[in-house]
Design a binder for this molecule. Structure first.
Ligand SMILES: [Zn+2]
Length: 180
C-alpha cells in the first residue's frame, strides 16, 4: 500500500488527514455517545500514536484501575488511554474508523466482549470483533485434550449461543467456548 499523502504527524484515514488531537476529540465525542456519564470521559488523558502494527487500531488502558460499568453507565475507567493506529488504517473510510473508535470506547467499561459489551455494541450497530466486521464467523469450540477445536461455525454470537443452549448446555463432558 502506498504511503499516505498526509503531512508528518498526521494520520490518514481514507482521503482525510487527521491530527492526533482531532482523533482524541473524535474518540471523546464517540465515547460520550456510548456512555451516559460524559464527565468521566472528560477526565481521561488520551495519547494518540501511529506505528507499524498488526491491528488497524488498538487501545491500551492504564491497567491499575479496574473498569466498572452497568448498562451504559460508566462508573469507573482507566485514567490514561493510548490509541495506537496502524498506517494501514488509511484503507478505512471515516465511518469505519469511527466504528473502530466506538468499539474501543466501549472497552473503557467492558474490557471483554461479554454481555455488557455486546449489548452496547448492538445498540450502536457496531461489530463486536474485527473478525465479524470482516465477515468472519463465530466459532463454537470444544476443549479436547489441551486444545480447543472448532466444532461448528455461526454467522453471529447469538446464533452460536442459541445452538449452545439448545444442544450442548446439558452435556457436562467437555468444555466449550464461543470465540468471536
Ligand atoms: Zn474489542
Amino acid at each position: 500500500m502506498q504511503k499516505g499523502g498526509c503531512p508528518t504527524g498526521f494520520i490518514q484515514i481514507g482521503d482525510s488527514c487527521l491530527s492526533p488531537s482531532t482523533v482524541k476529540i473524535r474518540f471523546r465525542d464517540l465515547a460520550k455517545q456510548v456512555w451516559r456519564n460524559p464527565d468521566i470521559i472528560d477526565k481521561i488523558s488520551i495519547d494518540v500514536v501511529q506505528r507499524t502494527q498488526k491491528n488497524l487500531l488498538s487501545i491500551f488502558y492504564s491497567s491499575h484501575i479496574k473498569p466498572m460499568a452497568i448498562g451504559d453507565s460508566l462508573l469507573r475507567c482507566a485514567s490514561e488511554v493510548r490509541i495506537s493506529i496502524s498506517e494501514e488504517a488509511q484503507k478505512l473510510t471515516m465511518a469505519e474508523f469511527d466504528n473502530y473508535l466506538k468499539h474501543e470506547s466501549i472497552h473503557l467499561g467492558y474490557p471483554q466482549h461479554d454481555k455488557g459489551f455486546r449489548d452496547l455494541a448492538e445498540k450502536h450497530h457496531i461489530p463486536v470483533t474485527v473478525n465479524m466486521s470482516q465477515g468472519g464467523k463465530v466459532q463454537l469450540r470444544e476443549k479436547i485434550g489441551n486444545r480447543y477445536q472448532t466444532i461448528q461455525e455461526f454467522p453471529d454470537y447469538d446464533a452460536a449461543k442459541r445452538f449452545f443452549d439448545e444442544n450442548i448446555k446439558d452435556k457436562k463432558q467437555g468444555r466449550f467456548e464461543i470465540r468471536y
